[in-house]
Design a protein around this ligand. Structure first.
Ligand SMILES: [Zn+2]
Length: 64
């Protein structure tokens, strides 16, 4: 994917579902930097990933 296509508050789909009760693959980008913070849209938990990890694990941008 084109890695510059997301921005703050973008909704992204990850390759793997969040291991929570909702198994949501949809996350909202809530912080951009060397680390990316994303919030699971199912349970609301926040995950922090190094930027490189995020780029490996993201599948597509749902909404910019
Ligand atoms: Zn979750």
């Amino acid at each position: 994917m084109e890695i510059d296509e997301y921005e703050l508050n973008s909704i992204v789909e990850m390759k793997k579902p969040h291991p929570c009760v909702t198994h949501s693959k949809l996350f909202q980008v809530i912080r951009l930097g060397a680390d990316i913070k994303i919030k699971c849209l199912g349970c609301g938990n926040i995950i922090m990933l190094p930027r490189n990890d995020f780029h490996k694990k993201v599948k597509k941008i749902i909404q910019k």
